[in-house]
Design a protein around this ligand. Sequence first.
Ligand code: HEC
Length: 120
Amino acid sequence: MSRLLSAMAMIAAAMLCAAPLCAQDEEKPGREIFLAKCSKCHGKNGVPRRIAKGAPNFTDPQWALPLEEIEHSVREGKGEDMKGFKAKLDAEQIKNVALFVQSLKTDALARTNAKPTDRK
Ligand code: HEC
């Protein structure tokens, strides 16, 4: 019986994660901002879309930028296409979205490194 219950719990969890906001990621305050303001260019997962010419792939293990530089680019804009967000986001929102951008790489790494046997 408890097996059935835990199987049902897993299915329920999987259904939650299929929704646009995965329950697990909801704690990250920058995620909502990223989806609202950045994903149309940077993609929902940080892999840039075609319109974002020259934008880095935030999930690439080789890509790294200090938090302050990400915040600066978000505040002031970057290149020709990305406008600054200082009129739309306050300092805390900019920090949160920058932290979220950094976390995309870690999440991607965690996924790649997860062996099938690690899955429960
Ligand atoms: C209109 C499309 C567009 C939007 C919206 C956009 N970006 Fe960008 N972003 C780009 C492009 C294009 C680049 C590459 C610019 C370059 O290096 O010339 C870029 C670069 C970046 C970089 C790399 C900066 C660096 O210093 O190397 C970061 C970080 C970034 N964007 C974060 C964000 C975040 C966070 C948001 C939302 C708050 C956002 N972007 C919204 C298009 C966009």
